[in-house]
Structures are given as structure tokens and as C-alpha cells.
Ligand binder design. Sequence first.
Ligand code: RP5
Length: 162
Amino acid sequence: MNFVSIIMGSKSDYEIMKNCAETLEQFNVQYEMIISSAHRSPERTKTYVKEAEEKGAIVFIAAAGMAAHLAGALASATTKPVIGVPMKGGAMDGMDAMLSTVQMPSGMPVATVALGKAGAINAAYLAIQILAITDKELAIKLKEDRIVKSKAVEVDSKTIEV
Ligand code: RP5
């Protein structure tokens, strides 16, 4: 079974990352969500990536804050696409996590999305777009979603017309 794997560094990341899971659900995309840390449970993280790949993980989404090495650790353990979601919080309110996630050495990419809720949602969209390369039904759903979003802008605009 093909699925998207979501890994969070801490339970404290869940409030934001549930938006990622909900977006995948809206598109009927199968996913698995676990907590595992690059620092607090490195062996669990490494073992999980291997097992998830064997079970059919197609894309990995990694969310972490502060010294956010989780996405990078995943990228070192798999050749599947890794999407990194930096979490807000800590003394630098996410700037540290953003730079830790995005600044990967060449040959080891992490597709880094925005901080916070928008990033969590966009990580799901990016994963869906990757799956849609070979899934026509999903590609159609993405196009329909764009139409809905575009119409919503027009409706919103009408509500403020004076
Ligand atoms: C990171 O440190 C986690 O991803 C989380 O964003 C941050 C703080 O973790 P907790 O101390 O709240 O567990 O590893």
C-alpha cells in the first residue's frame, strides 16, 4: 500500500501537524503519523524509515522545531522525497528550525515549506502533487481544488464590495 509518512519530533508538534494529516484526508491519501526524534530517539527514527519504506512509504514529511535535524536525518536514511516542516517556538520562534531544515548539503535535499500551519498544509499538498505525477485521479482532484480556491477568492471579494 502506497502512503505518505508523517514524522514529528515531539507531541508538541501535533497541534500544527494535524493540519497536514487533515489535508491528506481531504484528498483521500493514505498516511501514517508517528512521533520520533532525531535527537531523543535516533535509533527508532532510523529503524522506522526502513520499515516505512518496506511498507510502501512514497514521501516522507518531517516536522521539527529548534535544532530541527529530523528532516535531514530522514534524508540521509532514504532516497524517497523528504519534505521538511519547520516548527515555530523556542528562543528564535522558528527561525532556527527553518534554517536547520532548509540548509542541507548538496545531494541531500529536503524540500522545506513554510513555518507553522501554512507549512503543515503545504507539506501535504506537495506530497499529493508528487503522488499525482503517477495518479491521474489525484491530479484531477488537485485541479478541482485550485478552481474551488479561485472561486472562494471571488466570493470573499464580493463580501467586502462597497
Ligand atoms: C523538537 O523540539 C520538536 O520537534 C519540537 O518542535 C521541539 C520542542 O520539543 P518539546 O520539548 O516540546 O518536546 O525536537
